[in-house]
Write a protein that binds this ligand. Structure first.
Ligand SMILES: Cc1ncc(COP(=O)(O)O)c(C=O)c1O
Length: 389
């Protein structure tokens, strides 16, 4: 059933600014090959499934009670994971979890956005951000990226100086382009923001720089993460998730690493007991199996590189396909698809769901299993030929 099958009666006092709005979300279609929402295609192994079931069974008799609203044990697990994954030395006061990094972002907007405040990002980027802005009555502005999807530093800094945003949100690797944010540039942005006073806030109030690292585990090994800068920058918040590399999208667990001050701001706006005991138990069990959960990340990285090479050898309308260099588990490709909706539809009719997203002329595909990628390649060639003729 379509998510919008019902109509909203005009008699309902829906907020004026929400009239005519649609719920956000990629289509959830029952097709054989789903490569549209950047999930890890490899299911948890049986021993992980057993551990999750055991942990949940252990806490089930306590479900008459509210969960630990500070989710301290889980925050300890975030700290251990971030040290292992990025070498960052943080404490429980530096981390905070929520139902997916979507909720982390919403909490950041609730804490730092609001009427009279603006959030600034660099497009093309993740299409949920403007929705958080809308829902929290926060202004939304964009500094356009360079043609190769890297940050246009001059344009971004000019916008920061002019708009004086409460939040600067940058995604690394970026969705939908896969582009990483250079660490020297990030340091430059952080230092620049420390000189800027936020509009509609007191003197000496500086922007929070939010780095969304939803896909960071797919970066080239050895590349630093923004979490390593937290000790030096009190206005840096790095959003992370268990949904992507960690293969745990269905559990809905995201987290932020930041200064204790930022975490305390988020604690003001969180719903009481927002993270259920079941969620906390399942996430702790998954962290007990970190190696297994991340086991396919190297393979997915290789799949990305092989797929990018293959895509660059394909042609559409007589020209080779472009592929944006990606440090993520997806690829933005095409560049000159004059009929991308038709190509998408042709692929769907062959049982392969990808995503129409990003600038005109491009399509996005996330990395699936080897079999799924073989079906993707076959379907893409056929679909391009069908649309061209
Ligand atoms: C850049 C980015 N941030 C955040 C999210 C949300 O992830 P989560 O499942 O943690 O809410 C996504 C999901 O696709 C994303 O692409």
């Amino acid at each position: 059933m379509s998510e919008n099958a019902g109509t909203i009666p005009a008699s309902l006092p829906l907020r004026n600014d929400l009239i005519g709005e649609e719920p956000y979300g990629a289509p959830q279609l029952d097709v054989p090959v789903c490569l549209n929402v950047n999930e890890n295609p490899y299911a948890p192994r049986q021993d992980v499934v057993d551990s999750i079931a055991r942990r949940v069974a252990e806490i089930a008799p306590t479900l008459n009670r509210y969960p630990d609203r500070e989710h301290v044990e889980l925050r300890e697990a975030f700290v251990r994971y971030l040290e292992r994954e990025s070498g960052a030395k943080l404490s429980v006061d530096n981390v905070w979890g929520a139902n997916g990094s979507n909720e982390i972002m919403l909490q950041l907007f609730m804490a730092f956005g609001g009427p009279g405040r603006t959030a600034l990002s660099a497009d093309p980027t993740y299409s949920m951000y403007p929705e958080y802005a809308r829902d929290t009555f926060t202004g939304w502005q964009l500094a356009h990226r360079n043609a190769d999807f890297t940050i246009d530093m001059a344009a971004l800094k000019e916008q920061i100086a002019t708009i004086r945003p409460a939040m600067v949100i940058l995604t690394s690797p970026n969705n939908p382009t896969g582009t990483p944010l250079d660490m020297a540039e990030l340091r430059d942005i952080l230092e620049f923001c420390e000189t800027v006073d936020v509009a509609n806030a007191g003197e000496g109030v500086h922007p929070v720089v939010v780095i969304d690292e939803a896909y960071i585990e797919f970066r080239d090994p050895g590349t630093p993460s923004a979490v390593t800068l937290i000790g030096d920058h009190d206005h840096l918040a790095v959003s992370r998730t268990m949904s992507k590399a960690f293969a745990f999208a269905g559990a809905r667990v995201g987290y932020v690493a930041a200064s204790p001050g930022i975490v305390d701001c988020m604690r003001i706006v969180r719903m009481p007991y927002h993270l259920s005991a079941v969620t906390q138990a399942a996430a702790l069990a998954a962290f007990d199996h970190t190696d297994e959960q991340l086991a396919e990340v190297d393979h997915l990285r290789r799949t990305r590189e092989e797929t990018a090479d293959w895509l660059r050898k394909q042609t559409y309308a007589g020209q080779p396909l472009e592929v944006a260099p990606s440090q993520s588990n997806f690829l933005l490709f095409g560049g000159h698809f004059d009929k991308r909706d038709e190509i998408f539809a042709e692929m769907l009719s062959r049982g392969v769901l990808i995503r129409v997203v990003g600038p005109a002329g491009w399509l996005r595909v996330c990395m699936g299993t080897d079999d799924e990628m073989a079906r993707f390649r076959e379907a893409l060639v056929e679909s391009m030929r069908a649309v061209e003729s």
